[in-house]
Design a protein around this ligand. Sequence first.
Ligand code: RFL
Ligand code: PHB
Length: 390
Amino acid sequence: MRTQVAIIGSGPSGLLLGQLLATIGIETVILERSSREHVLGRVRAGVLEQGTVDLLGEAGVADRLHTEGLQHSGISLAFDGRLHRIDLTGLTGGKHVTVYGQTEVTHDLMDKREAAGLVTVYEASNVAPRDFGGASPFVSYHKDGVTHRIDCDFIAGCDGYHGISRGSVPEGALKTFERQYPFGWLGVLAEVPPVDHELIYANHERGFALCSMRSPRRSRYYVQVPADERVEDWPDDRFWDELRRRLPSQTAAAVTTGPSFEKSIAPLRSFVAEPMRFGRLFLVGDAAHIVPPTGAKGLNLAASDVRYLFAGLREFYSHQSEAGLDAYSAKALARVWKAVRFSWWMTTILHRFPETGEFGQRIQEAELDYLVHSKAASTALAENYVGLPY
Ligand code: RFL
Ligand code: PHB
């Protein structure tokens, strides 16, 4: 088989790239290791920057997002027993964020791809990008006991942090940067109304907590837990008790509890691989970088990578120019590092670190106090949270 761009991974990066390329008539084949159901069963991000919403619109997949997405003009930071609101819209000259689950984004993209008759091979095993250092790359994979080969012009490695693409790059060609955090987030989804109409990020002596949502009837809540914690040790009652203990008393009293229908623990990590291009192989989204979820940036960074790569491929196919492709890695990384910094900083000010002594604790308190009382500091948070320009 032959295609123009072979895409590895059908997460948001791969699907969005495929859809944008389809709008300008460029053929793609997506190879996905898991089943469609498995990909849709993963609960992940919930906050979209305006740039991400616009890009989904450009790809023709924003109808449901526009009707069901919740526009938020602020977030609250909870500490010292009360809520401190950050007026995102007022501080950024009218910008806001949209709350719409990654699962829904993925669903919309898959539906659109299927309706257009575009090829996605699910449950493809041993996917391997090959010969991308030269002019004739191809991807091999196994399916139903048969080895297949797809020849292509370019390969997009959209296969996430645990994917094969980054690992296929010759040793020494890649520099990686990493920070592990000594805790994870235990998250639950429950069919109960959210405690507040906006998100609440809480810093408490028992640890961080986040009140988020998926709709006016569905809540997403998280609490910081030690990195080695097990989900089995967290029955619903224990989760709700711990969440409420970490919130200001008035907020805690307003939490509606109910049975959870998803519960998982995500580790927190910052990771960047440089560069994001090797010949005709491009790394996109989590395949190249991971941020802790505190800044709600993972999915949005995947979208900005896709936008830069899409622009480069469009220029290549319409004007036979490689300038955009040549600029891809540097452009994407400039934005990535700013989000890595912001996510690391949000994580640092909102979580309790085991090694923080009394001095570090006072510094954190001073920073939070400064943040909510200084317009300059609040503005810096707001402009990063709504998303830096592309
Ligand atoms: P994805 O979503 O990981 O998709 C990659 C796809 O590639 C497939 N794959 C392969 N396919 C073929 N061959 C192989 N060898 C393959 N290896 C992997 C996988 O099955 C998968 O379908 O990456 P993508 O598209 O770059 O999208 C990035 C976002 O998913 C990610 O940035 C965010 O979800 C990060 N993230 C969160 N971001 C937020 O902004 N807020 C959150 O609350 C949030 N929670 C999370 C998260 C990421 C998590 N991960 C990666 C474990 C919670 C978790 C648990
Ligand atoms: C979520 O709703 O899953 C969510 C929201 C904001 C974050 C992280 C996760 O910063």
